[in-house]
Design a protein around this ligand. Structure first.
Ligand SMILES: [Zn+2]
Length: 250
């Protein structure tokens, strides 16, 4: 795609509810405006506000080619195990700083969506511990008991995944960071992010016990099986967490 085609494409996404035709972000007028071609800006004929296709988006005030913006979104979305700013800077052929800001902008927009509606139907929940690795010392007498060591960066990532009712896999996913899997925090997360009367699948960790009072709770005992006799499983959550772990190693 040429830069012009990328610009047109960005426009079609930005103003998708108006068939790609500009809407003034100040007064909402969609009827008339001037196009200032040299600056790729529009001036609203109703309120004389000047705006561009990136106004009020996460890409405003960035002086990037639309080709770079579109490519960044594609590469970022396609990297299921996450992508580092260093790699993105090589792929896009931009400075590290530019790639870093771009990827954070995209993450920020994901977080905004994350706060939207509650998950419902069949929801899986599981935690994965990160930041608890201690590099073993070379000399055996310097090694510490890693079970007892204090790990200040240790956190658990809780993932909530709403199962696709048609087909397989998961639709929406929400993630949270806790210091540990515990009843109080788990209950608070479920209350604000899972609709009442949903079916929740977890493993047998007692931190999920309290959910039984408010939800249809299904448990799977991973010591003996991946999936219970009646389809109890949190495999979607586990697969997400496995990818999260690869992301962390990467
Ligand atoms: Zn206007």
């Amino acid at each position: 795609m040429s830069e012009k085609e990328c610009y047109e494409y960005f426009k079609s996404i930005r103003w998708s509810d108006n068939k790609g035709s500009p809407i003034c972000p100040s007064c909402g007028s969609a009827s008339s405006r001037y196009f200032i071609e040299s600056r790729l800006q529009y001036r609203c004929k109703d309120c004389f506000h000047t705006f561009s296709v990136t106004s009020e988006t996460i890409f405003h005030s960035h002086n990037l080619d639309f080709k770079v913006i579109l490519l960044a979104i594609v590469i970022f979305s396609n990297a299921t195990k996450g992508i580092s700013a260093l790699q993105l800077s090589r792929d896009l052929d931009v400075q590290y700083k530019t790639a870093w800001v771009l990827s954070h902008k995209i993450r920020e927009s994901l977080m905004e969506r994350n706060l939207d509606e509650k998950l419902s139907g069949v929801v899986e929940m599981d935690g994965v511990y990160v930041g608890n690795y201690i590099k073993p010392a070379n000399n055996i007498k310097d090694r510490i008991d890693r079970r007892k060591a204090f790990k200040p960066n240790k956190r658990v990532i809780i993932s909530l995944r709403e199962r696709n009712l048609l087909g397989s896999g998961a639709g929406k996913t929400k993630t949270f960071i806790l210091r540990s899997e515990n009843n109080v925090d788990i209950k608070a997360i479920a209350k604000s992010h899972i609709a009442p009367n949903s079916e929740i699948h977890t493993d047998e960790n007692s931190a999920y016990d309290d959910l039984l009072a408010h939800y249809d709770l299904k448990r799977v005992n991973h010591q003996i099986e991946y999936s219970g006799l009646n389809g109890e499983n949190n495999n979607q959550s586990e697969s997400f967490n496995a990818r999260f772990r690869r992301l962390q190693y990467g």
